[in-house]
Design a protein around this ligand. Structure first.
Ligand SMILES: [Zn+2]
Length: 296
């Protein structure tokens, strides 16, 4: 774990509790928040209790100072502002993004940045009754979740009237660590009931009409994931492909247990079960078009 880096967006009640509980666990921790610490924060955010209020200080600046004094082994980096599209570049510096923001607008921007940049993310929400975690890694994105949630999904860390409970903070920390170590798969939903401590777990499927993910396929291809090699044009989708479904779309394709072959006018496509494509006789543009039509 010491060599992982994490970007924490939002250092309010849940974000600050997480920062305190995960001291010493990461190589580098980035903190994004544009808020100033107020006396009213102290009830729900005991992390800021040492603040003397002699002059205004941002949550980010305070957190960096406090964490540096407690933990010399981690590199802490602060961003004293709210996360916007201009900050997509910042995401590249980190292995994992954790979203503790309290509004859907920020959450959608973060989701877009993660999908386009291929970054793993955890979206955390909390209200007085339950905590919600959504894990994204090459999977259905947060927008897929919203599209299919029929209003059930918590939009962010809502304002709470007390500091997050210890049990919840350790649940949060443990699951984020497991995810950072690839032991939790992308697409996983976890709900933690704060009253009876029960956990509900489920997997989310990608929504084929999701504006954010579908756009991503085109972007990834343009970003050079399409490789020209001696045997043809290669593309790795990185996800399993439902070959049986594809074979019913393509007339004359041949389906084998591990792959699908499709021949047409001296052109052929070989698609493997785990998402590798090999095109022969195709131009790069034709291959691109075909991939987009196949996987979206
Ligand atoms: Zn999506």
């Amino acid at each position: 774990m010491e060599n992982k880096s994490i970007l924490v967006i939002g250092a309010g009640a849940v974000g600050s509790a997480f920062l305190e509980s995960s001291i010493g666990l990461f190589k580098k921790v980035g903190i994004f928040d544009g808020d100033i610490v107020t006396k009213g924060n102290l009830i729900t955010q005991p992390f800021y209790k040492e603040c003397d209020f002699s002059s205004p200080i941002s949550k980010t600046a305070f957190a960096i100072k406090k964490l540096n004094s407690l933990d010399s082994g981690t590199e802490y980096k602060g961003y004293e502002r709210y996360f916007t599209e201009k900050d997509f570049e910042v995401m590249k510096e980190y292995d994992l993004i954790v979203d503790f923001t309290d509004n859907i607008k920020s959450r959608m921007i973060i989701n877009e940045g993660c999908v386009n940049g291929g970054k793993a993310a955890v979206f955390v929400s909390l209200n007085e009754k339950e905590a919600f975690l959504y894990f994204y890694r090459d999977s259905a994105c947060f927008n897929c979740l919203l599209r299919n949630s029929i209003g059930h999904v918590k939009e962010g860390c809502e304002s709470v009237i007390s500091a997050p409970e210890k049990e919840f903070v350790s649940f949060l920390k443990e699951n984020i660590l497991e995810f950072a170590l690839d032991r939790v798969e992308g697409g996983r939903i976890l709900l933690f009931n704060l009253k009876n401590k029960s956990i509900f777990s489920s997997m989310l499927k990608k929504d084929n009409e999701c504006e954010v993910c579908v756009k991503h396929v085109g972007k990834r291809i343009e970003d050079g994931f399409l490789q020209v090699c001696s045997s043809g044009i290669k593309f790795s989708y990185g996800k399993p492909i439902d070959l049986k479904k594809l074979s019913s779309v393509f007339a004359d394709s041949k389906l084998y247990s591990e792959f699908l072959i499709f021949n047409q006018n001296n052109k052929s496509v070989l698609i493997s079960l785990d998402g590798d494509f090999l095109f022969t006789g195709y131009t790069k543009e034709e291959a691109k078009e075909l991939i987009i039509s196949l996987v979206s």
